[in-house]
Design a protein around this ligand. Structure first.
Ligand SMILES: CC(=[NH2+])C(=O)[O-]
Length: 127
């Protein structure tokens, strides 16, 4: 049976989706926008600050589900502009490291909700 993930440490859904779902020992997160969960606003700055916020939100959803950054097996990363790829990768590496980083796909999206610069989703296992 599917369970829903809900935490105040990640932004509330802005549409018809759950922050994440759990099926047996697998966690599927929704794409995490770089919204501050308290203010529902983007952080000041650019891709670096937005990437940090998206990944912090991803971590919060994972942890609420009993998973963690270290149990992520796959991410999908959406960038508004591929020109941000290098800067995004720097922040991503701060979080996931380089050794043993999960599988990943990274694409430029035509446009992201709320005109975010980045959105990140993940599949992980419950630890
Ligand atoms: C932001 C998001 N995950 C959605 O599906 O709109």
């Amino acid at each position: 049976m599917k369970k829903l993930v809900a935490t105040e440490n990640a932004p509330a859904a802005i549409g018809p989706y759950s922050q994440g779902t759990v099926l047996e020992n697998l966690v599927f997160t929704s794409g995490q926008l770089p919204l501050d969960p308290k203010t529902m606003a983007f952080p000041e700055g650019g891709i670096t600050e937005q990437a940090r916020m998206s990944l912090a939100n991803l971590k919060a959803v994972l942890e609420e589900a009993g998973a963690g950054i270290d149990s992520v097996v796959k991410t999908t990363c959406f960038l508004a502009k591929m020109e941000d790829f290098a800067a995004f990768n720097e922040v991503y590496t701060e979080v996931f490291g380089t050794e043993g980083a999960p599988a990943r796909s990274c694409i430029q999206a035509g446009r992201l909700p709320k005109d975010a610069l980045v959105e990140v989703e993940a599949i992980a296992y419950v630890k």
